[in-house]
Write a protein that binds this ligand. Sequence first.
Ligand SMILES: NC(=O)c1ccc[n+]([C@@H]2O[C@H](COP(=O)([O-])OP(=O)(O)OC[C@H]3O[C@@H](n4cnc5c(N)ncnc54)[C@H](OP(=O)(O)O)[C@@H]3O)[C@@H](O)[C@H]2O)c1
Length: 246
Amino acid sequence: MKILITGASSGIGMAMAKLLYKDNEIIAVARSKEKLDILEKTTGCVTEVCDVSDFSQCRKLFEKYTDIDVLINNAGFGDLGYLNDTDLDKGINMINTNVTGLHALTKMYLDVMVKRNSGYILNVSSIASFFPGPLMATYYATKAYVTHLSKAISYELKKQKSNVYIGVLCPGPVDTNFNKVANCKFNLKSQTAEKVAIVAIKNMFKRKTVICTSFGVKLARIGSKILPDSILMKFAYMSQRKKYYK
Ligand SMILES: NC(=O)c1ccc[n+]([C@@H]2O[C@H](COP(=O)([O-])OP(=O)(O)OC[C@H]3O[C@@H](n4cnc5c(N)ncnc54)[C@H](OP(=O)(O)O)[C@@H]3O)[C@@H](O)[C@H]2O)c1
């Protein structure tokens, strides 16, 4: 299969590329050329430098690799802090990466896959998509977009009796570069990126729509359906506050 993975220079995306490269043709996408070069040398993946926060670069990527079987929209990042203390440029870049870039690639590839009546799209969201997240407000909101968009498209595909699959991956804390980029450190037990990659790929090929990567994430998802936002936000705030350096 031809599989395009965004955010493949590190963490979960790189773990997915390493898991899949032996039996598939991988197109590994990210901004850091040096990290992609190492991946290319060690695995033989095709690599492509692309900033998915820039729509014109997403379009070029799609035009170069239109004919793929699997799209994994994994590129993304967070930022910790009271919104009034965070950097506006970083926030806008996060929205352009986590939301706009993911939306653009999903839409462009979906059109092709629906016409062909085959293909897989896996969008990487988070446990953060289940409720509002004080101290990481923008990140939680971007991931809510990813989960809702993916679930709604999945419903539309089923209504059209399409063979195309779209699913959403919801990990809890994972030990990657995420913390460094988001200016925080986890106080909860983290999963490894390798474990998350295995759960993700196995369940994608089982065509599961919402993929929770651990028992804790499944519990959080159930909790988010029965508890009011005021309680959920209290938990989210308490958990994020421990990571806050200030
Ligand atoms: N780690 C966690 O606890 C956790 C939990 C739930 C969900 N997630 C989600 O999992 C996904 C992967 O994150 P990770 O934990 O593996 O973190 P990571 O190690 O920091 O990896 C993030 C990847 O995204 C790429 N990226 C960031 N901005 C990009 C852009 N504008 N264009 C192209 N690539 C970009 C980075 O590469 P370059 O810098 O080279 O571009 C890197 O390869 C994210 O969507 C994240 O929100 C993570």
